[in-house]
Design a protein around this ligand. Structure first.
Ligand code: AMO
Length: 437
C-alpha cells in the first residue's frame, strides 16, 4: 500500500495504484500514483539526445498517454527527499506495467455535484476521504459489537419481510408476495420485543430498515442501516440511556484511537470521546431553554423541530461542553403506542431522542409491557388489535419490563465527520429518486 512506503528505506520497491496526474515535461515526467491509502510521486527522467530532443523510449512514451484512473504496477528506486511535497518521498521509475487501462474521459471531477458523484459512486469512493469513512464505520460497528458480546448480548437477524407495519402505516413499502402482499420492515421493533418475551434478555441487531419516506432532506433515506438494542428487567428509560451512552463511548473511543489522526488530516475534525453521563433534559424544559435563547418551537408542535434541536445542542455545548444530549419524556401524542407512559402523567412517555451535534440520531424508550394498557394505547392510536394480534400475544404469557433504542448508523457518521448529508456516508444511498447503482 502506498501509505506504507514512507516507512521503507531508500532502495528498490514495487507498488500498484491508479494514475492520478501526469506532468509531461521536456526532461522529466512526473506521475502521481494513488491507491485508497494515499498518493506518491513517480519520476521518470527522459532520455534526450545531444540536442536535448527526447528520444523515444519506454516507459516514457506510454506514460505520456496514460489516462487518469488507469491501474498500473511500477518498479523503481524509492528515495526520501524532504523537498518532495507529497509525503517527502518519490520513486524513480524502472518499469511501468498497465494492468487495466481507463477510458480517458473521467465522468466525475472533484467539483462534481453530489448527485453526479453518486451516479459514479465506484469512482467517487476511490478518494481516500471516502475510503476512510467506511473504515471508520467498520471500526465503530466492531466496537459496538465487542461491547455487546462482552456484556453477554445475543445478536439477532430479524426478518425484513413482514405481514404488517412495524412503525406507522404512513411510511410503509408494500411488496407483492406470491398471491398476497408483504411489507418491508421499518424497524426490528416487534421482533426485538419478542426476544424479551422469549427470555433472550439482552439483544442487538445491525441491519437494514426501510421507510417509504418521500422527503429529500439530508438525513433521510428510504433504506438505512439501523443499530438496535433491547434489554430486559429495566426500571425506566434511564437504564436504556445508560446502555446507549456506554455504547457511544465504546464506538467513539475505538474510532479516536484508530482513526483520530487521519480524521483530523482529511476532514479537519477532532473525534472526541464523550464523557458520561450525557446531559438528560426533559423535552418541556428543553423548549423553555431554547425559548429563553430567542427561538420558540412552533406552538402546535409537540416535537422538537430541527432548528430547536440545533438550539438545544448549542446550549448543551456551551453549558456542558458536550456534543450529545438526551431529550426525554416526549408527548404521548407523537410517540408510538408501544412507548410506556409516565405513572401519574399519561401525556408524556418514558422515551428519549439522542441528539448529536444538533441532529437526532436515535429514539429509545421503555416499552409498555402490560397487555391491557398496551392494547388500549394501540386502539387510541387508531390501530386494529386484530392486525397486530401476533405482537400482542408476546405480552400475554409473562414478559419482563424492557426497553431499547434504534439508531441510524449513517446519521452518526455524518455528524461525527461534519458531513452535510447521509448520502456522503452511505455506501449506496437509496432515496425517492435513487435506486441505482
Ligand atoms: P425511529 O423511527 O425514530 O425509531 O428511528 C430510529 C432512528 O433511525 C434513524 N432513521 C432514519 N435514518 C435515515 N433515514 C430515515 N428515513 C430514517 N428514519 C429513522 C434515525 C432515528 O433516530 N423502533 C424505533 C426505535 C426504538 O424505539 O427502539 C424507531 O424506529 O437516526
Amino acid at each position: 500500500m502506498i501509505k506504507n512506503l514512507s516507512a521503507l528505506d531508500d532502495g528498490p520497491v514495487s507498488v500498484s495504484g491508479w494514475v492520478d496526474t501526469v506532468r509531461d515535461q521536456k526532461k522529466v515526467q512526473f506521475v502521481v500514483l494513488r491507491d485508497e491509502s494515499g498518493a506518491v510521486q513517480l519520476v521518470n527522467p527522459r532520455t534526450t539526445d545531444a540536442d536535448g530532443v527526447v528520444v523515444a523510449d519506454e516507459p516514457a512514451t506510454s506514460i505520456s498517454g496514460l489516462a487518469q484512473g488507469t491501474f498500473v504496477t511500477v518498479t523503481g528506486q524509492l528515495k526520501h527527499d524532504e523537498r518532495v511535497k507529497l509525503g517527502g518521498i518519490e520513486i524513480k521509475l524502472s518499469t511501468l506495467t498497465v494492468v487495466s487501462a481507463a477510458i480517458p474521459e473521467t465522468p466525475i471531477a472533484a467539483d462534481s455535484s453530489l448527485d453526479k458523484r453518486m451516479d459514479w459512486r465506484f469512482l467517487d469512493l476511490r478518494n481516500p476521504r471516502q475510503n476512510l469513512i467506511f473504515r471508520i464505520q467498520t471500526t465503530f460497528e466492531h466496537a459496538l459489537r465487542t461491547y455487546w458480546i462482552e456484556h453477554d448480548f445475543i445478536e439477532l437477524h430479524t426478518p425484513k419481510l413482514m405481514a404488517s407495519a412495524s412503525e406507522s402505516r404512513a411510511e410503509l413499502f408494500e411488496v407483492g408476495y406470491f398471491d398476497t402482499k408483504a411489507y418491508l420492515a421499518q424497524s426490528p421493533q416487534f421482533f426485538k420485543q419478542m426476544a424479551q418475551s422469549a427470555g433472550f434478555g439482552k439483544i442487538f441487531e445491525v441491519g437494514p430498515a426501510f421507510r417509504a419516506d418521500p422527503s429529500f432532506t439530508s438525513r433521510h433515506a428510504t433504506e438505512f442501516t439501523s443499530v438496535d438494542s433491547e434489554i430486559s428487567w429495566i426500571d425506566s428509560h434511564d437504564d436504556v440511556m445508560t446502555l446507549h451512552e456506554d455504547l457511544m463511548v465504546a464506538g467513539f473511543t475505538a474510532v479516536q484511537i484508530k482513526h483520530g489522526d487521519e480524521v483530523k488530516a482529511l476532514f479537519d475534525v477532532e473525534v472526541t470521546v464523550p464523557s458520561t453521563p450525557f446531559p438528560r433534559i426533559p423535552l418541556a424544559e428543553a423548549k423553555e431553554i431554547v425559548k429563553s435563547r430567542g427561538y420558540e418551537v412552533p406552538r402546535d408542535d409537540d416535537d422538537m423541530d430541527p432548528e430547536g434541536e440545533r438550539q438545544i445542542a448549542a446550549y448543551v455545548a456551551e453549558k456542558y461542553g458536550h456534543e450529545f444530549v438526551f431529550l426525554t419524556d416526549y408527548a404521548s401524542s407523537i410517540r408510538p403506542f408501544y412507548h410506556m407512559r409516565h405513572d401519574g402523567d399519561a401525556s408524556i412517555t418514558k422515551s428519549y431522542d439522542l441528539i448529536f451535534n444538533g441532529t437526532e440520531i436515535s429514539t429509545g424508550a421503555q416499552r409498555e409491557h402490560r397487555i391491557e394498557v398496551l392494547e388500549a394505547q394501540a386502539v387510541e392510536k387508531g390501530l386494529d388489535p386484530k392486525e397486530i394480534e401476533g405482537y400482542l400475544d408476546f405480552f400475554r404469557y409473562g414478559v419482563p419490563s424492557h426497553g431499547g433504542f434504534g439508531m441510524g448508523l449513517a446519521r452518526v457518521l455524518m455528524l461525527m465527520l461534519h458531513q452535510a448529508s447521509i448520502r456522503e456516508v452511505t455506501y449506496l444511498f437509496r432515496g425517492p429518486t435513487r435506486l441505482e447503482p
